[in-house]
Design a binder for this molecule. Sequence first.
Ligand code: 9MR
Ligand code: ZN
Length: 539
Amino acid sequence: MAIYLNQVGYLKDAKKVATATKAGRYQVVNVQTKQVVWEKECNAGAFDAAAGEETFGVDFSEVTALGDYYVTGEDGSRSHPFVIAEKPYGNLHKDLMKALYYQRCGCALEEEHAGIYTHAACHTEPAILLEDYLAGTENPQTFEMQGGWHDAGDFGRYSTAAAVALAHLLYAYELFPESFTEELNIPESGNGMPDVLNECLYELEWLKKMQREDGGVYHKLTAWCHAPFIMPEEDHDPFLLYPVSSLAVADYAAVMAQASRVYKKFRPEFAKEALTRAKKSWQWLKEHDYVGFHNPEGSNTGEYGDGDDNDERFWAACEMARADEENRAEYVAAAEKYAKMVSKTDFGWVDVSALGSMAVLTEKEIFTEALQEEVAQAVITETDRLLQIQEESGYGVAMLPEDYCWGSNMAVCNRGMLFILRALCGGKEELFQEAALGQLHYLLGRNATDYSYVTGHGEHAFKNPHNRPSECDGIEEPMPGWVSGGPFGTPADEAAKEKIPAGTAPMKCYVDDVGSYSTNEITIYWNSPAIFMTAYFMK
Ligand code: 9MR
Ligand code: ZN
């Protein structure tokens, strides 16, 4: 018998519900005083299909006194401890942000900022074009491509993944600037610009380099195959620039346009350059139809393939409309055209269209009423659907059994972001705030594996991320603040296949094993939507 809850904690006045796997009498106990502050019989059960078990809700929302607590059952079972606080997510937010600094490529991570997680500068050699590599060209043209964040547990750097992670962070900063005042102790801290913008600029300065003279943007910069498990500075495989995709070009235009607005105040020169670059990529988009991306035979680094670029074009049109006043009418018309072809409700790297919705709904004045209405309606319909799923879930999470895909925690967090967008724009603010919190509670331990999916946060946080430096640095504790990809109903790696018995319910298809790249990797765009959520709940 088990009791699952958010192991980090709860906002004082928020709804607080634990999930138990047995009926009975439950108590909330103060950790220090051992005083029972609440108790109740919880006998209403329901079968949860994603977890494959009967669950019982233990709703202790009445407890609002600040403090440290745990929940116990009559058979002596006991939950992990948690806090009730005014701002329970402050440290979490900070660590989720700082984790991105640990992904920095092309520079040394010094003790002053990295503490025990230091390493020497990595991937400083120039890159070459994939075609030159394959042709064995003798003195190929070289490109200085240093910088950016390693995408994930691998050392690759991918334009679309980068743009999406940046967008989550920049929107979070734009909407909740007051949640980003604390310093992260990164090399730029104290320079007068908020650290979230400092950290994003490190990535943007690299992303800049992915654009060609003609406005095309290389899809990715990776080796031919993933490196073995070595420290990044030991990896000297040649890094290759893979061909341009329209997916990369559109995402690039969108995020550079956004950056040109966001950085105007602090880095006017950069802002200007970002807009010029965005316009160049927009021009490229006008001259080219869809160009996808597939790994060439034998290359195994990330593909980020996507058969449809209308959502990327939609987002680009929306952000161009905000950034480039002069040609606004053209972009608004394009946004209206693409809006008809896309969901407008997803924040992932496959479907980025909700990033466009975010733009439309937060700067309404520049878009037509018809477009605002269309976008709002899509967000309302989808959040109503997700809310229904959440209400029927024994774990209070808006996830159906089939939603436990590779990186399911991305869906968990992105849906949290969508609930927040609804709370900000579609009325019923409190209801959708709670819905977003439900997603966070799941991520932090109210789930059928009992894990908090953020390293260093929660008594039973996962510890063995599929992340090269984490494994190779000889340090026992992983860097704090990493979000795991999470359960995957049909795991794809050997470690998971070996340890997860066939027939396991999707929410439980997870293993905290460094080898499990399909259930336990980390990525920049799994942290970024979690940061968006914590920023919202810290404001
Ligand atoms: O996050 C990606 C996931 O949705 C895909 O199913 C998976 C397989 O194509 O790839 C994931 O992305 C990986 C990327 O290709 C390379 N860096 C690590 C990413 C996370 O596993
Ligand atoms: Zn590197």
